[in-house]
Design a protein around this ligand. Structure first.
Ligand code: THU
Length: 130
């Protein structure tokens, strides 16, 4: 699975977003160690705080199915589904990644022309874990 293919799956996942309040559609594609890919979208709520981010939707689907080994995630998002720049993962999603991933877990943030790559250690330095 190339980063480009993972990015394309994140773009596809974005079209599943339920985002009537913010208008920001977000998609994620999570690559497991065995090659399985889980897609996720953001799911908003009228009460706002129950909103689930695209990244966590993908992680929770995979965790439920028994996966514990993760290699990379591609993320894309934008107002009305238009990718105009990076859509970096929020702090809560970074901490969820920390729970299940090593510090070299790859994060591909999709741009209009490609993607930018970071490790989890770069996006969440000095992280908390038990
Ligand atoms: N959102 C995500 O899906 N992932 C993130 O990492 C940041 C934010 C969603 C939540 C909400 O539906 C919308 O983007 C605007 O905050």
């Amino acid at each position: 699975m190339t980063p480009e293919k993972l990015a394309a799956l994140a773009r596809e996942a974005m079209t599943h977003a339920y985002a009537p309040y913010s208008g920001y559609k977000v998609g994620a594609a999570l690559l497991c160690g065995d090659g399985t890919v889980y897609q996720g979208c953001n799911i908003e709520n009228a009460s706002f705080s129950p909103t689930n981010c695209a990244e966590r939707t993908a992680f929770f689907k995979a965790i439920y199915d028994g996966h514990r080994d993760f290699t990379a995630i591609a993320i894309c998002g934008g107002k009305d589904g238009v990718v105009s720049g990076l859509f970096p993962p929020c702090g809560v999603c970074r901490q969820v990644m920390r729970e299940f991933c090593e510090e070299d877990f790859r994060i591909y943030m999709v741009t209009p022309t490609g993607y930018e790559e970071r490790t989890l250690a770069q996006l969440l330095p000095d992280s908390f874990s038990l």
